[in-house]
Write a protein that binds this ligand. Sequence first.
Ligand code: KG4
Ligand code: ZN
Length: 364
Amino acid sequence: MTDNLTILGLESSCDDTAAAVVRMREHGAEILSSVVLGQDDLHGSFGGIVPEIAARAHAEKLDIAVNEALNHAETSLDRIQLVAATAGPGLIGGVLSGVMTGKAIAAARGLPLVGVNHLAGHALTPRLTDGLAYPYVMLLVSGGHCQFLLVEGSDRFTRLGGTIDDAPGEAFDKSARLLGLSQPGGPMIEREARGGDAERFRFPRPLLDRPGCDMSFSGLKTALLRARDEVIAEKGGLTRRDRADLCAGFQGAVADVLQEKTRRALTEAGRILSAPPALAVAGGVAANQLVRSGLETVSSEFGVAFVAPPLALCTDNAAMIAYAGGELFRAGRIDDMTLAARPRWPLDQRSPSLLGGGKKGAKA
Ligand code: KG4
Ligand code: ZN
């Protein structure tokens, strides 16, 4: 019965209300629909996500997203065989909305329910998109997440390292704000950096002098602020050229840190497994060309495959939750009406989360 499993996935842990229908086959899976209703218009004027507004919007939009997902998939709840909902980590109001909706649908239809860790959804995406075999190293880099995971199974994750403060996307966004650029800051900084001189300003490479795969990005934003203020003090303002050079310097530092820490993560995984595994990346920052080419370079140095899923599936979506729910269900996981919403939920229980809630919730 589980050879062809049709799953409804729900995601509401941050600022995207998402629903998707995924069909798992014996080998591989097919995304029948994936609906993501963003909330940028609701939070834009606040300069960050307002948890209370996000929670209310999820509660209002989840049923709309579910209906759209079923319609796009040309199916109905009668044909759904499993409900998978993000049960954490994230902003608790949103997670609760998704878990309650999942429970309601499962109870009303007599369907099995699986609560999915949002980070597991990201971490398993290369299997959904590219059929990547276990084991592999996943670098999650977004506005809310930054960590290296050794992925050996649908519920076997070893956290090799992560940020001790800001996530890189968060640092891009805050830095863009310091330069008067619009949000989201990552793409704006990448665009401005195109003509810039990355060597003009000295940006630090935080934590590269220490062993291991932990990272820190908040100091880069402070370095950018200091460099900006020095230029302003000297010339009375910033020229386009100054801004381009600041962006290029900042972006170069982030890319360098991610590249070198990826080397270390693959080395560490190679020690654990006796050979380095494939490398995969997910999260909005994976869209950055310099970051991406740095990771490609590392994977070819190690002679391992590099998988970067399409951007729409790198960022928050419910197809990844449906797929992860399907893998977990096949492995024997099933939840009931006691399923709890968890604001913090580290994937690797032996390695608890590091500092910082971040603007988009727990970095776990
Ligand atoms: O994965 P995502 O859509 O949302 C979560 O954070 O969960 O990632 C969004 C983040 C934002 O911080 C955005 O500035 C960053 O990804 N981002 C980029 C680029 N495109 C998006 N950062 C650097 N370069 C880019 N091209
Ligand atoms: Zn995410």
